[in-house]
Design a protein around this ligand. Structure first.
Ligand code: GRF
Length: 199
């Protein structure tokens, strides 16, 4: 038995791609499958990545409508929800129903450089402007506040002297692609164990 993952995306989907590649490499040793990819933007490149792999790609026209998202997750019998560059708030009823089973990746060391509006190049520009010596990747559970849920994993990298935000963005993204799929697999395995224990 494997965990059934929904990936929620808004953009290019490089983290989705990294997850799918990681699961391919694990082959029969994997503990999860991506069973649906959902986007608030019908033109998101990430949906194309899903379609090319014959993974159902769903457009969520009203992302604030919790009932619609709950129905979609229910229809695909989802165990674990993974946000990968998803720029909308996850509705409260989904957070409630999937408590402890919604993950997000953030390209900085939370609780610093997070919160509403802190995404994309803005994060790295703020890190450089603040003169930080370290940045990194944070993977956290999602609750009803942006970037505030419990931290599951965090990795640090040094910021080079005079390093640009663009250079940081590339290095942090590369780290995300390594760390996020492995953390997702770990959480998926724990989710399965919990489901079995409580069954
Ligand atoms: C990543 O940097 C992630 O940390 C943030 O959004 C970006 C998504 O990139 N939450 P991609 O769509 O996975 O390429």
């Amino acid at each position: 038995m494997r965990s059934r993952i929904a990936v929620l995306v808004s953009g290019r989907g490089s983290n989705l791609q990294a997850l799918l590649d990681h699961l391919d490499r694990l082959d029969d040793a994997r503990t999860s499958d991506v069973v649906v990819v959902i986007s608030n933007r019908s033109e998101a490149a990430a949906l194309e990545i899903a379609r090319r792999r014959d993974i159902p790609a769903e457009h969520l026209a009203f992302p604030d409508d919790g009932t619609a998202l709950m129905a979609l997750l229910g229809r695909h019998r989802v165990d674990l929800v993974v946000l990968a560059g998803y720029l909308k708030r996850v509705p409260a009823e989904v957070i409630r129903e999937y408590r402890g089973r919604v993950l997000n990746v953030h390209p900085a060391l939370l609780p610093s450089f997070g919160g509403e509006g802190m995404y994309g190049s803005r994060v790295h520009e703020a890190v450089v402007a603040a003169g930080e010596r370290e940045t990194g990747v944070t993977i956290h559970l999602v609750d009803d506040e942006y970037d505030r849920g419990s931290i599951v994993a965090q990795w640090r990298i040094p910021v080079g002297a005079g390093e640009s935000a663009q250079s940081l963005a590339g290095r942090v993204l590369e780290l995300e692609h390594f760390i996020y799929p492995r953390t997702i697999e770990m959480v998926a395995a724990l989710t399965l164990r919990d489901t079995r224990t409580s069954a």
